[in-house]
Design a protein around this ligand. Structure first.
Ligand code: NI
Length: 228
């Protein structure tokens, strides 16, 4: 059929619209796209040890960020794959609720290893998939804003402050689809939910304040995929 079309039309436009794309064991699929991390954070209260009574702040808010996402999947069978998700570092602004000021920013890398199921892997056409995996999130470059330093100086008499977030290990779930453009090039769209729970510590010269912070983001990615 494809040969007939190709011969008849002398081109591949129509052929590209009817691609043959059954997945095979041993296929490697590389996915590159814009990945947006959208935190749905749940922050514990922050208790500042002011005197005579402590100051209780509702917590922090964490903004979203978009970076370059990179995924590599290896198919063990036409319908089972293993995928490693990587990205350029995400940087999130942190707001201190209750004070209404910028608290600073944190960067993180969230590599995720998933087992994927391709229910239509042995058939041609669209390839939807589901995945479940393990996420390891490494936080770094935690910065405290000058506004928060000023607030800590005014309330606690702290002359310096820094912020540290513990690395997190958690479950990740994903849904995605590869939409074939030709035999080896696809559009890819995917969504992850990642359980990222950390403990934040604001360390000052007059003491340390710790609070639990669940970041638990939805991650959306849109891009291209190549099959090798
Ligand atoms: Ni969580």
């Amino acid at each position: 059929m494809q040969k007939c079309l190709r011969a008849a039309l002398g081109g591949c436009l129509l052929v590209a619209a009817v691609p043959a794309l059954a997945y095979e064991a041993g296929d490697v699929i590389v996915r590159v796209g814009a990945a947006t991390v959208n935190p749905r954070e749940d922050s514990e209260q922050i208790v500042l040890p002011t005197s005579p009574s402590p100051t209780v702040l509702p917590g922090v808010g964490v903004d979203g960020d978009t970076q370059l996402g990179l995924g590599g999947a290896y198919l063990l069978t036409p319908s089972l794959g293993i995928e490693l998700l990587a990205a350029t570092p995400f940087e999130h602004d942190v707001k201190v609720q209750g004070l209404g000021i910028e608290g600073g920013s944190v960067s993180h890398l969230p590599p995720t290893l998933s087992l994927q199921w391709y229910p239509r892997g042995a058939a041609a056409g669209w390839q939807p998939y589901l995945g479940i995996g393990i996420n390891y999130t490494v936080f770094f470059d935690e910065d405290v804003s000058s506004e928060l330093k000023g607030a800590l100086q005014a309330t606690l008499g702290a002359s310096r402050a820094d912020l540290a977030l513990e690395n997190s290990v958690g479950l990740a779930g994903q849904v995605g689809v590869d939409i074939p453009l030709n035999d080896n090039l696809m559009l890819n769209a995917a969504v992850w939910y990642i359980d990222i729970d950390t403990e934040a510590a604001i360390r000052t010269d007059v003491g340390t304040v710790k609070f639990d912070l669940d970041i638990d983001p939805w991650v959306y990615s849109l891009g291209l995929a190549w099959r090798f």
